[in-house]
Design a protein around this ligand. Sequence first.
Ligand code: PLP
Length: 403
Amino acid sequence: VRLPAAGLRPVPLSPTLAVNEAIARKRRAGTRVLPLGFGEAGVPIHPALVRELAAAADRGSYGPVAGSPALRAAAAGYWGRRGLPTDPGLVVAGPGSKPLLFALLMALGGDVAVPAPSWVSYAAQAALAGARPIGVPTPAGEGGVPAPAALAEAVRQARAQGREVRAVVLTLPDNPTGTLASAEAVRGVCEVARELDLVVVADEIYRDLVHDPDRTVPSPARYAPERTVVTTALSKSLAAGGWRLGVARLPEGPFGGALRDALLGIASEIWSSPPAPVQHAAAFAFAEPPELVAHVDRSRRLHAAVAGAVADRFAAAGALVRRPEAAFYVYPDLEPMRGRLFREHGVRTGADLTGLLLERYGVGVLPGSAFGDDPAALRMRVAPSLLYGEDDAQRLAALAHPD
Ligand code: PLP
């Protein structure tokens, strides 16, 4: 082939997918590997949801770009029950929240402030959209929400260099740290966003997996409704990442309408409409029938138990680690063990460490550097099998659907 290979855009595989592929290669070669890299719930998908998908398998036509009216109404109801009354006309569905976030960044058309650390794809997507990410150092345990002064300073500095900064992205609850910000912290960032005219992109994909059921997620859409976009998906709390279905809730008012139109234009040129059978199942899911609510609740409790136990083990071994407050991630910082890791294993970098864990111990995890953080930090996705052993975990997972 005489393609101008040198002219191809060098886009590396997203670290989460790259670790998945490395694990798959080892498995094909017959090695047992514990897959703790990719962010997935360790519970099965609920059979009632599977039935809904199967019942709609014959829906083969394209639908509206924004998603079906039934799905948009169900998603609006989902947010309404969480204190965010939502106009279904301002809901846009897409094939996963990842493509929706990318389309949003393209629509916003400027640079974007991202907490450091934060989810691997924000910075990479900003770069693909022709923008530059501005990392705002955000100490672990802050729930992924930077201090207002740190955000304001980073944005002002970038603007002083002539850059157009349009948005700040927050993950609530946070990935990779598994922590949840306070309402006060979110309000502070919203005030800065208003002062500096930034759009707030609130990725709330882990909202329903907060370990303490009495804690609520302080959505920026409460404090800055005129400028906040909220996204979520079926991927995490319903364990249906492979179905590829996400939804975005656009800001109220004229700006929200204009942003929706820009988003729909981009969506119409990329995915046309989300997959029709999955939209049908998603409308069922977002209506939150009691069996799915109970399923998410059991998943939440299982992950809380495993994440807490794994974090305690790391703390006992001398790592710096916070007890996760949501989702299924543990984010230990192995800084205090750096010397020993080098002496005993020749480990210098995060890549050395994750390579050692995969090659020698058959454990696939991600280095902090994938999230724009120190490489001595590791993000591990934890699953019930870690705490209970594979067989017990399967029995526990079966408990998740007594029907
Ligand atoms: N946002 C965060 C914070 C995530 O961790 C993930 C998945 O890893 C996504 C978005 C993407 O999810 P989806 O499957 O909806 O594209």
